[in-house]
Design a protein around this ligand. Sequence first.
Ligand code: URA
Length: 209
Amino acid sequence: MGKLVICDHPLIQHKLTFIRDKETNTKDFRELVDEVSTLMAFEITRDMPLDTITVHTPVAETEAKVLSGRMLGIIPVLRAGLGMVDGILKLIPAAKVGHIGLFRDPETLQPVEYYINLPTDAPDRLLIVVDPMLATGGSANAAIAALKNRDCTQVKLMCLIAAPEGVAAVQAAHPDVDIYVAALDEKLNDHGYIVPGLGDAGDRMFGTK
Ligand code: URA
């Protein structure tokens, strides 16, 4: 079973409160999502492998750590996932970015892939799928499956807020995928919104309705 990491750093929790607040305007919402994404990137990269090199300080020679050069990819699920990309790139500027677009079939209610564009070397990278809301888990599962169908086997999922239903769905379908969230909320309501959640992440991020 993949692990569920709740990134409960005080800075993340503070910013998330204002992301949730319905009075927060589009500009501030976007900036806060960007900032929380940077802070969560810090947590999601915690187990990145390190190499040891020799470095000469002005005082002595010593062994010190450097990143081993593991290559990363950020995969936003369109459209709300786009708002999390720049915040992660601030910490990992060399990461490549792919995109996955999904819509919900009105009859089957299942997510259908309408767009995918991945770095050519995506299978060699650790891919971080980003989508602010993990609600039913349908989109996240479809996005992860789309990556696995293209030989990408190293995948993590990063969301701002998750419902227990979404976490359970991803853990059941993709037990190899670790999930990082800023908050695990109470439930889904009858309209598929996370309670208390933050409303529609895409609309709040882009000022649409
Ligand atoms: N997508 C959203 O934007 N918000 C929710 O609460 C659930 C899914």
